[in-house]
Design a protein around this ligand. Structure first.
Ligand SMILES: CC(C)(COP(=O)(O)OP(=O)(O)OC[C@H]1O[C@@H](n2cnc3c(N)ncnc32)[C@H](O)[C@@H]1OP(=O)(O)O)[C@@H](O)C(=O)NCCC(=O)NCCS
Length: 191
């Protein structure tokens, strides 16, 4: 399911396009705490592109963006025999303050998880409020031996497996592995 109707308002999930970026950033400024970019999980997104096919927007029936959710490629430490574990990091998940509590966040999350599974990913990690994310199956159980590149409250460092056992034995540092954003080329002035 990638759409819902709440009190006559329809919301639909779509892949984020370039044309959505400005409106998505306005939405993030409206909905997130002022320092959100400086949080530890932000370090894993900085300078990277979201995972292929896993950046979403929610639109209302006028086409306005009312929600955003993106997934990012990471390595979630190593397994018990030292093999790197590939996974995804979710964030930010945000819904316009005027459109909250209509199911949009849940719709975005369920769509993101189902697309991630369809594309063959094995696990999604995030830093967020456990009381909200528990409803989707996220727990702190599989992140106990994992570390983030900065401070984190352990009970907010959560994961869900999309393939059973994917995070078994996962230990070590979370590292960004996504494609880097290409920097604009500098023009050289020739005298
Ligand atoms: C968290 C957020 C994405 C939820 O979006 P939403 O569209 O309102 O979510 P839903 O409609 O699917 O769910 C609403 C329910 O979640 C609850 N909820 C929302 N945020 C919560 C939180 N931080 N902790 C616990 N419950 C929460 C609401 O009380 C509501 O409960 P109800 O169904 O019993 O009324 C949205 O509140 C938001 O953008 N918050 C600010 C940004 C943020 O903190 N993002 C998460 C960090 S990545």
């Amino acid at each position: 399911m990638n759409s819902l109707v709440h009190d006559g308002d329809a919301v639909t999930i779509a892949l984020e396009s370039r044309a959505d970026i400005a409106a998505r950033d306005v939405l993030l400024d409206r909905s997130m705490a002022p320092n959100w970019k400086k949080k530890t999980s932000g370090k894993l997104r900085a300078g990277r592109k979201p995972a292929e096919g896993l950046a979403f927007v929610a639109r209302d029936n006028r086409g306005e963006i009312v929600g955003t959710g993106r997934l990012w490629n990471i390595q979630a430490g190593i397994d018990a025999v030292g093999r790197p574990i590939s996974a995804l990091l979710l964030g930010p998940l945000a819904v316009d303050p005027d459109a909250k509590s209509k199911g949009t966040g849940s719709l975005l999350m369920r769509h993101a998880l189902s697309e991630a599974a369809r594309l063959g990913h094995g696990a999604v990690l995030l830093v967020g409020d456990a009381p909200y994310y528990a409803r989707f199956g996220f727990t702190a159980e599989k992140t106990a031996a994992l570390a983030l590149p900065g401070p984190v409250e352990r009970d907010r460092f959560l994961a869900i497996e999309l393939a059973e056992g994917w995070l078994d034995g996962a230990a070590g540092m979370i590292v960004a592995t996504g494609a880097k954003v290409s920097k604009p080329r500098k023009l050289r002035l020739v005298a």
